[in-house]
Each structure stands twice: as structure tokens, then as C-alpha cells.
Design a protein around this ligand. Structure first.
Ligand SMILES: [Zn+2]
Length: 682
């Protein structure tokens, strides 16, 4: 094999791997720029020797393969990707190319354009039949996408029936609406902040968030994600006359779809360029992350005549905005302490203007990332921001590094309470595990009183902060020792408010033990894990004696969780905290219900597999039901499966069940099977 063939094979493998990381796992490990470099090299080599282009080359497809767990959807009309322009010259060249293939008698001066900001989200196709949403599909590789209908339904601004507005429009027989699913920047920042506070993984950018949220196998997770949608086009429509892109947008709007408010319709190409320049400078005022503008030729008849070249239509182009980067100096590198005690490094910067906003702080994610990038105090660095996303330090400029600079070491002591910091296992995160650390206290209180934990009504974040600042709370157990008189002395605490608060606090003492355990905020011990643990360790005393091995013996508890729990209970300060809760009379064990569980074990000995979307139950609820009646639920269909419980849009499991002749039940028949026995289903 010639050297060039070996290099081509390497590039294909590498790029396909990175595409997989980016599109399938939503977890890229190289920057867009590095990725573009690989793609450019591949394109150049292939252009020089077209006979070496293989069908599996990444240049031959639009995106990545869909995940196998979602049902695959073949798009009736492929969702193409757009060619890119990077400056006005590219735009004029595009117009000139279009001009050369326009039909007789039409010149570029006759063209009309529709321009809108390009949202950095995930493209989807929504199919409506006689007004009803019947399918939502991701773009996938352009020809084949994934059926994400259940998830799409959870997005609040996507109409389930059209017209969504009260007008007398008759819905078309069939229409495919195309658009972008995205997350508003404010929501993105809020979500990542909450994740950081919980010590959990954050999303690198809004696009990854939208993709990761829309492609959840459990649509209940998607429902909790603040996703939004803008319609930008029609794939096809039957039973309505639409002749231009601008008409299409008006029609979608009339049907009740959210349409980008910042759309330009013009016959003046200079106005197109002006519009793009305006949004390039104002992009940070948009409530979503915009990475460019999309320009389309208005007439569908002309679009058809211009056609598609390769993967991209000739009649549209994406103008990409330049990255928002600037260089500045790192004045200091400091640590911020979150609720779980996680210490996140950040850089204090010499204030610098990036895209119209003054940036004086940037996140450094974690100490491993900081060490890898080797960013030091005194360094001149490249800082990047996208929309209003929290600015990040990209890299140091080594040529400008001061001679005496030193690498940053992770702090050995908490920047707030000065207690020793700790790392847990292989984890990249650094922690202050002192439960009395003041920086953590306010966030701990907020979490302890929250709905998922002790659910203390009327005890908001403001009250938590106020009480901590006034010194009435020095740890979370102090909540149960608050005195009526000291509360009344505070600003804004009338007698009624105080009495209500004290009543709520008193009532919370009776919360189930697993909710108390959740409220302690032990790392990795959220409500699900807490419930799991209390089935084996039904009291605080048995749990605090548990070894890592004891804990790992619980199905669903891994070494990370086990180590975190043991470390927490090994601290004398935390033991003292538990004693305070005990004195206060908080429930520290599982209270068995008075009556014994009388559910008949009618499904004992039977193995079930659940697939698809059930009409009223989530899969977890169906699993709980089966287990309550003594049955077992496994993840994949085999000869040992007795029944497959199937809902809408089942995956490959349904085919497998049929090929093995395994009986299929719906939700209703499953309930019958449990209550009436096997005769009910045969
Ligand atoms: Zn601390």
C-alpha cells in the first residue's frame, strides 16, 4: 500500500471515531478546530486522488450512525447539511456559483433570500398526520435518523396537534416540519451550575446538552430538561400550497410553531450581508447560542432547479461566525467550593472585552484539566466564550510565559475553611469533606430542605442564607434547634411566618429515612441510591457501621458510592452531626408500615423484558409492578424470557421476541396476568 493510502485509512478511522464521540456519545475528546484539521487533510488527499475515496469515508456522509436502542427512521427526504461560508467573499462566490446554473431568463438580481440566525442545537423532523404529531426523528446520518417521538412530546413549545392556535386553518393531510431543538443559554448555565453543585458531570456546550437530552432512552429525563424548538422549514407537505421559504415560515407560524423572530426576507444581497454582520456583533444578545446565519433562496421552484451537490443543497448556505476568543493575562488561579465540597478552579483575569462583554473570570473545570493545559498564574491565555456560556480558558500562549512561572498545584487545604482537601478514588474532582465548611453550608441547607430530601415547606434558599449569615445555623442539624424568639428577632420574620416554618420543620422529622439520607448530601448518594441502601441498611446505626464490601454487596452500589459513604461516616464531625439529629428526634431508621405487605406473588418465577413506551407507566414503574408481584425483569430477550411487555415504538427486542416465539403483553394484559394468573393471557 502506498503511504497516502495508509494515511487515508488512518484519517478515516480517526475521524469516524471522533464523530462517534461527538454524535453518538455526546462526549468529544478533541476541539472542533482539531477535528476540522483532520477533515481538511482528508478532503485534500481525496481531492488529489478521487479514486481512493471509499464509501465509508466520513466525507461521504453527513453525521454519525444512530444508536441501536432507538428505532431507526428512514427520512422520506434526506435532511441535508449545509455548505459553509466564513466571510463575505465566500458569500459572493456562492451567489456567483448559483448565478451560473440559474435557468434561462433568471439572474441573481431576481433572487429573493430568507436569512435567520443559526442555532447551535440538534436538527429534527416532526411528522404530522391530519394535524396530529405522529413522529419526531433526529437527523442521524441524514438519510436514517432515530425515532425520538416520546422525547419530542416533552418539549413544551412543540405542538402535539396543529393548528395549535385557535384559527380556522385546516391541518394538512401530512406535513414534515423541520427545525432545531436547543436549550436557552440561561437554562444551560443554570443546569451546569446545579450539576457542579452536586459534583456531577456538566455539558461542554449547549449543542451537546440538546443532543444528550433529546437522545435519552428514558423520556422522563428529557422531560426535566428545559429544551426548546424553533421551526425553520418544511420537508414536504400534502394538502397545502406553499411555494416559497417565506411562505413556509408564515404557514408554520400560522399552524402554531415557534419561528425565529429575527428573520430577514429581502431581494437585496447587500441587505443579507448587513443582516449577518449585525447579528455577528449582537449574537450575545440572543437567548440561545448562535454560531452563524443560514441563507436560503426563497423560491421552491428555483430550489428544485438548483438541486443538491454532494450532501449539500446549492440553494442554501451557512455563514459561520468567528469563534469568540481573546487573549488576556491570568492574575490569579483560585478555587470555588460547591455544596458537596467540590473545589473548582477558576482564573481571575485582567478584564478583556470578548464580543461586547467584559470578561474577568473564566472556569478551569477541574485540577486535572488545569494540569493538562498547564495554565499558570501570570500566563497570557486564550479565553473563549460562546453566547453567554461561562467563559473558558482555552490554552496558555507559551512564548509569553514569564520565566519564573510555576505549575499550579491542587490546594492541599480548602480555600474557605482551611481543612485538608481530598480526592476520591480515580475521580478528577477535588473535595473539602469538612461538613462544617461555611462555603458548603448554605448549599447544604438548600439541598437538605429541598423537595427531593426533607421537603421543608416555606424554607427557601433566601431563608437558608439569612439564617446561616446570622449565625443561627452552623450545620444542617441546627435547623431542628431553631428558637421561636431568635427567629422573631430577624428582619422579615412575622409571627405567622415563624410559626408556619417551625411547624414544617417539626413535621419533617417524620420523613422516611431514605429522604433524610438523601438530605445529608453524601456524594453520589442521591434519592435513588439512598432508597436502595436503606433496604439493606434500614437505620443510621447499621449504615454507619457498614464497610465498603458490605455496601458493594448491594446491587446497584459500586465502589465509588461505597467509598464515598464510608469516608463520610468516618469523619468525627459527621458522627457528631448525626448525634444532633438523633437528639432532635429526627427519624433515623426505616419505619415498617403497620400492615405486612400482602401483595400476592403471582408473577414469581417469571422473567420479563420491557420495551417501547407504555401507555400510562414508565418502564421503571412497570418494573416495580412486576417485582412487587414477585417477577423478575431483565434487559435483553433470551430463551429464558417468559414474556415481553411491549409499548409503542418497541426496538429490536420485539423482533427478537417474535423470532423466539415469546408471548407479548401490553400494559393491560400484564395487570391481568398479575391479578388473574396465566389463564388471563392464554
Ligand atoms: Zn472547606
Amino acid at each position: 500500500m502506498a503511504d497516502v493510502e495508509i494515511r487515508l485509512a488512518e484519517l478515516r478511522d480517526q475521524i469516524n471515531y471522533h464523530l462517534y464521540r461527538y454524535h453518538t456519545l455526546d462526549d468529544p475528546i478533541i476541539s472542533d478546530t482539531e477535528y476540522d484539521q483532520l477533515m481538511n487533510e482528508l478532503r485534500e488527499l481525496e481531492a488529489a486522488q478521487p479514486e481512493l475515496v471509499t464509501p465509508d469515508s466520513p466525507t461521504q456522509r453527513v453525521g454519525a450512525e444512530p444508536l441501536s436502542e432507538f428505532e431507526k427512521v428512514t427520512h422520506p427526504i434526506p435532511l441535508t447539511s449545509l455548505g459553509n461560508a466564513f466571510d463575505d467573499n465566500d458569500m459572493r462566490n456562492w451567489l456567483a456559483r448559483v448565478g451560473r446554473i440559474l435557468p434561462e431568463g433568471v439572474t441573481t438580481a431576481d433572487l429573493e433570500f430568507v436569512v435567520e440566525p443559526k442555532i447551535d442545537g440538534l436538527a429534527i423532523a416532526l411528522t404530522y398526520e391530519n394535524g396530529l404529531l405522529v413522529r419526531g426523528a433526529t437527523r442521524g446520518n441524514g438519510s436514517v435518523g432515530e425515532n425520538v417521538t416520546a422525547n419530542v412530546r416533552t418539549i413544551k413549545n412543540i405542538p402535539l396537534r396543529i393548528p395549535a392556535k385557535s384559527n380556522d386553518l385546516t391541518p394538512p393531510e401530512r406535513i414534515e416540519v423541520r427545525g432545531e431543538v436547543y436549550i436557552p443559554i440561561a437554562e444551560f448555565n443554570k443546569f451546569n451550575k446545579a450539576q457542579t453543585d452536586k459534583g456531577e458531570r456538566i455539558y461542554a456546550n449547549p449543542r451537546n446538552f440538546a443532543a444528550g437530552s433529546l437522545r435519552q432512552l428514558d423520556s422522563k429525563i428529557t422531560a426535566q430538561r428545559p429544551l426548546a424548538f424553533f421551526g425553520y422549514g418544511i420537508g414536504y407537505v400534502e394538502g397545502a400550497e406553499v411555494q416559497t421559504q417565506h411562505q413556509a415560515l408564515d404557514y408554520l407560524k400560522a399552524l402554531g410553531f415557534p419561528i425565529n423572530p429575527d428573520i430577514l426576507h429581502t431581494a437585496d444581497f447587500n441587505a443579507v450581508l448587513d443582516f449577518i454582520h449585525t447579528w455577528m456583533t449582537r449574537r450575545n444578545q440572543l437567548p440561545y447560542d448562535a454560531d452563524g446565519a443560514v441563507i436560503k433562496i426563497n423560491s421552491f421552484a428555483l430550489q428544485e432547479q438548483l438541486g443538491v451537490v454532494g450532501n449539500a443543497p446549492r440553494w442554501a448556505i451557512a455563514y459561520k461566525f468567528p469563534a469568540q476568543e481573546a487573549t488576556t493575562k491570568v492574575l490569579a488561579i483560585k478555587g470555588n467550593v460547591g455544596r458537596t465540597g467540590q473545589i473548582t478552579p477558576y482564573a481571575e483575569l485582567e478584564p478583556v472585552n470578548i464580543g461586547g462583554v467584559t470578561v474577568s473570570q473564566a472556569t478551569l473545570h477541574n485540577y486535572d484539566d488545569l494540569a493538562k493545559k498547564d495554565i499558570r498564574e501570570g500566563d497570557t491565555v486564550v479565553v473563549k466564550r460562546a453566547g453567554d456560556v461561562i467563559p473558558q480558558v482555552v490554552k496558555p500562549i507559551l512564548d509569553l510565559r514569564p520565566a519564573n512561572s510555576q505549575p499550579v498545584q491542587p490546594p492541599e487545604r480548602c480555600p474557605v475553611c482551611n481543612e485538608p482537601t481530598s480526592r476520591q478514588g480515580e475521580d478528577v474532582a477535588l473535595f473539602c469533606i469538612n461538613a462544617a465548611c461555611p462555603a458548603q453550608l448554605i448549599r447544604q441547607i438548600e439541598y437538605f430542605v429541598s423537595r427531593s430530601a426533607m421537603d421543608i415547606e416555606g424554607f427557601g434558599i433566601k431563608i437558608g442564607e439569612q439564617l446561616a449569615v446570622e449565625g443561627l445555623l452552623t450545620d444542617i442539624a441546627d435547623i431542628y434547634f431553631l428558637q421561636r424568639e431568635s427567629l422573631l428577632a430577624l428582619e422579615g420574620f412575622a409571627a405567622k411566618k415563624v410559626d408556619n416554618l417551625l411547624t414544617s420543620i417539626e413535621q419533617s422529622k417524620q420523613r422516611p429515612f431514605h429522604r433524610f439520607l438523601t438530605g445529608l448530601g453524601i456524594r453520589y448518594v442521591g434519592s435513588t441510591v439512598a432508597e436502595l441502601i436503606t433496604t439493606t441498611f434500614p437505620s443510621i446505626d447499621s449504615l454507619s457501621q457498614a464497610s465498603e464490601a458490605d455496601l458493594e454487596a448491594i446491587e446497584g452500589v459500586g465502589p465509588r458510592i461505597a467509598a464515598s459513604i464510608v469516608a463520610w461516616f468516618s469523619r468525627p464531625a459527621n458522627q457528631a452531626l448525626i448525634e444532633k439529629f438523633r437528639q432532635a428526634g429526627v427519624t433515623l431508621q426505616v419505619i415498617q408500615p403497620a400492615e405486612a405487605d400482602s401483595t400476592p406473588q403471582s408473577l414469581a418465577g417469571l422473567t420479563f423484558v420491557i420495551t417501547g413506551t407504555l401507555p400510562t407507566w414508565s418502564r421503571t414503574e412497570a418494573k416495580e409492578f412486576i417485582e412487587q408481584y414477585g417477577g423478575k425483569v431483565t434487559g435483553s430477550v433470551s430463551k429464558n424470557t417468559n414474556y415481553v411487555v411491549m409499548g409503542d415504538n418497541p426496538g429490536s427486542k420485539a423482533d427478537k421476541a417474535q423470532s423466539l416465539n415469546i408471548p407479548i403483553l401490553d400494559e393491560e394484559t400484564l395487570k391481568k396476568l398479575a391479578s388473574e394468573g396465566k389463564t388471563a393471557v392464554t
